[in-house]
Design a protein around this ligand. Structure first.
Ligand code: FES
Ligand SMILES: [Fe+2]
Length: 375
């Protein structure tokens, strides 16, 4: 456990609060703490149901250092498992794809899509070995509006706290109706919390994204806080034809919803489009970010042009964020910086995230204290 000042774990009102200490972004011990106390105990987005419509379709992912998979069974149900063979730890899946059974890539033990161990080559003479004792280790998986979430350990929050009333807020748009089109991956030289902090405020828009800022009505840009999510909302200004930032063809209002779901999922919702960001810590100063693009209309030639323009535009905005996040990581690593303050008008989302983080660390400290008392 890294050193934690009790005063840093205490939440304070936004107008009076300091940011979390620089060590939390820099010290490798916090990378380990984030894995066990934050990522393993929260709801992690595996993907969207449209990616695995048929039995045998599977998604695999590494979350908090753990290989996991989600697969649709013969009964149509999606199940989550650790992607770890019960023989000697081999992998069942190396990439997203389609399978008729889950066959280990080491010695070929084979599991049914519901996780039961079926085929075990050359094990006939082994004593007291029962196949039913060696099924894949399951993960708790919940599906909401087509989004599939798993939890690696005991969840510390009710999954419904993550989404609150998002469907009502974004109606008539629907997350469930979107279909997956493409993933773009970025590797960034910063701590994952730098990337999340940066996502959670529009304060940097005029300086870092002057072009995007011209498309959004910055004066009407607001942040709303939920239990385990927050929303940044902005109406569009009048964007030109071909821009992803324009009203829907069906006459839907031009507005952007930027949702953050604790601790590392983002849903960026524009008319007819859902872009999901998944923020995966690789090391204290390296982060992988996935941009998954989903659309309501994917087939028409007009849709194809729009999708290409959207992905291209998002990539330009992302490059601006990558550059500033990497520079901020350098600043946070400097001996000159310890803690900062918040703009009460523009950074309530960052404060909200950092308080959820303080609470997760405080629970880890409590658990450690209890273990030490028992010991
Ligand atoms: S580790 Fe999977 S079959 Fe040996
Ligand atoms: Fe940004």
């Amino acid at each position: 456990m890294p050193p934690l000042e009790p005063s840093d774990l205490e939440p304070r009102p936004l107008v009076d609060a300091e940011t979390i200490p620089a060590d939390w972004y820099v010290d490798a011990r916090f990378h380990d703490l984030d894995r066990v106390a934050v990522l393993a105990r929260s709801w992690q987005l595996v993907g969207h149901a449209s990616q695995i419509p048929e039995p045998g379709d599977l998604l695999c992912l590494t979350v908090a250092g753990e290989p996991i998979l989600a697969v649709r069974g013969e009964d149509g149900r999606v199940r989550g498992f650790f992607n770890v063979c019960r023989h000697r730890g081999g992998p069942l899946a190396l990439q997203d794809g389609k399978v008729s059974a889950l066959r280990c890539h080491y010695h070929g033990w084979t599991y049914a899509l519901d996780g039961r161990l079926r085929g075990v080559p050359e094990m006939a003479e082994v004593q007291s070995f029962r196949r039913e004792d060696f099924g894949l280790v399951p993960l708790t998986l919940v599906e909401w509006e087509g989004l599939l979430f798993v939890c690696l350990d005991d969840a510390e929050s009710n999954p419904a706290d993550l989404w609150g009333d998002i469907p009502g807020r974004i109606a008539p748009q629907s997350l469930a109706r979107s279909s997956f089109v493409r993933r773009v991956r970025y590797e960034i030289g910063c701590n994952w919390k730098v990337y999340v902090d940066n996502f959670l405020e529009g304060y940097h828009l005029p300086i870092v994204h002057p072009e995007l800022c011209k498309l959004l009505d910055y004066r009407r840009y607001v942040t709303e806080l939920g239990t385990a999510h927050s929303l940044q909302f902005s109406p569009f200004l009048d964007a030109g034809a071909g821009s992803p930032y324009r009203a829907g063809d069906d006459g839907a209002d031009g507005r952007a919803f930027y949702y953050f779901l604790w601790p590392n999922t983002m849903l960026n919702i524009l008319p007819g489009r859902l872009q999901i960001n998944r923020v995966l810590p690789l090391a204290s100063d390296r982060t992988e970010v996935h941009f998954d693009y989903l659309y309501e209309d994917t087939g028409s030639p007009k849709a194809e042009a729009r999708i290409a323009a959207d992905i291209d535009y998002s990539d330009r905005v992302q490059q601006e964020d990558v550059e500033i996040c990497e520079l901020v990581q350098r600043g946070l690593s400097s001996r000159a910086y310890q803690r900062g303050r918040f703009s009460a008008k523009r950074e309530s989302g960052v404060h909200h995230f950092q308080n959820l983080l303080r609470a997760a660390y405080a629970r880890a400290v409590d658990a450690e204290t209890k273990r030490a008392d028992i010991g």
